[in-house]
Design a protein around this ligand. Structure first.
Ligand SMILES: Cc1ncc(COP(=O)(O)O)c(C=O)c1O
Length: 360
């Protein structure tokens, strides 16, 4: 067996120790005689797994009292609908920042349920910046303000949450949750699919402030109703229990690394190493404003795009895979979530330098 360095944007690399622990527990979990995959979702064994996952997530993100933590099916896309369904019944008017392809998809979905005010959009500039706060335009009586904390495709990341006063702030953190500390009390809702920073696909995390629950549209599907799910400990139906368990293993791993404060330092170092190669060369290009460059997803181009295929082929020969850009955008992209080791980044950096030396 030889594992390679996987720079895929999601599903993405998992820590090897997490995979090994899952392997060791695959046939039998904690002397129960059965695998987690075979457990009843209402069993006391699964309840103990779920309780630990929630406690670890609360600890890692320092979730204050007054917030529910939900584990839901449907990924980030499910939440594009769940947010307006839960928050928009009494006031179907929402503000969205359009800073990339994912916020664009969230906007399209929200339009099914109410009036969407696009406070600002960088679509015309190719999603390479975040417009200054003074230029955003939206009514002060919207039900919530939505933004995408990290745009996975174009590589634009907010370094701080937007200031929107008392309006409930909703953040899609699918591609940067737990990669840096956050102050949860600034948010009304935080959601994230697990498959980038926190485990395999199949489960989404929703952190929701208590007062924002209990006002869902009557036609909200039960599995997306925050209040119903909170009352049922996120088990309104049979949940993806194995993904939930794997998420737990990854949270344990993150705690062993020193938590989000320690991982943030590593994430800063890893991203700086790759941006340094790009910035110190005319061979590689990244067009994102330096102040809002993502630490998680680094899209880049070659000055000569004809060399891109050769880059991908040679990278693969060197054990560096999934470096192609988003399928509809092209170019190249290195996704370096929490679980990508610094060693993997060092190998990529060395490869990029060597490729430039030989092909540039
Ligand atoms: C920022 C962001 N939001 C939402 C999604 C959609 O997530 P899912 O595929 O879990 O529905 C993605 C997927 O890559 C994403 O990167």
């Amino acid at each position: 067996m030889s594992r390679v360095y996987n720079f895929g944007a999601g599903p993405s690399t998992l820590p090897e120790s997490v995979l090994k622990k899952a392997r060791d527990e695959l046939l039998e979990w904690h002397a129960t005689g059965i695998s987690v995959m075979e457990m009843g979702h209402h069993s006391k064994e699964f309840a103990s797994i779920a309780e630990k996952v929630e406690a670890d997530l609360r600890e890692l993100l320092v979730v204050p009292p007054g917030y529910q933590v939900l584990f839901l099916p449907g990924g980030g896309t499910g939440q594009f609908a769940a947010v307006p369904l839960n928050l928009g019944r009494d006031n179907p008017k929402f503000a969205y920042l359009h800073t990339g392809q994912w916020s664009g998809k969230a906007i399209v979905e929200a339009k099914r349920y109410g009036e969407v005010q696009v406070a600002a959009s960088t679509e015309q500039q190719g999603f390479t910046s975040i417009p200054p706060r003074a230029d955003w335009q939206f009514d002060s009586d919207v039900a919530y303000f939505h933004y995408t904390a990290n745009e996975t495709i174009s590589g634009v990341e907010f370094q701080n949450p937007p200031e929107v006063g008392d309006i409930p702030l909703v953040a899609d953190m699918s591609s940067n949750i737990c990669s840096r500390p956050i102050d949860v009390s600034q948010f009304g809702v935080i959601y994230a699919g697990a498959q980038k920073n926190l485990g395999p696909a199949g489960i989404a995390i929703v952190i929701v402030r208590d007062d924002l629950m209990g006002h869902a549209h009557p036609f909200t599907p039960s599995i997306f109703d925050y209040k119903l799910q909170a009352n049922a400990h996120s088990i309104v139906n049979t949940p993806p229990i194995y993904s939930w368990y794997m998420l737990g293993l990854e949270l344990e791993w993150l705690k062993e690394q020193g938590g989000v404060v320690a991982i943030e330092k590593q994430n800063i170092r890893k991203a700086e190493k790759i941006y340094a190669v790009i910035d110190n060369s005319a061979f590689y290009l990244n067009k994102v404003d330096a102040a809002v460059r993502s630490r998680m997803n680094i899209p880049f181009h070659l000055a000569d795009d004809n060399l891109e295929q050769a880059f991908l082929t040679k990278a693969k020969e060197n054990g560096l895979v999934n470096l192609a850009g988003y399928r509809t955008i092209g170019g190249l992209r290195a996704s370096i979530y929490n679980a990508m080791s610094e060693e993997g980044v060092d190998k990529l950096v060395a490869f990029m330098r060597e490729f430039e030396r030989t092909q540039g």
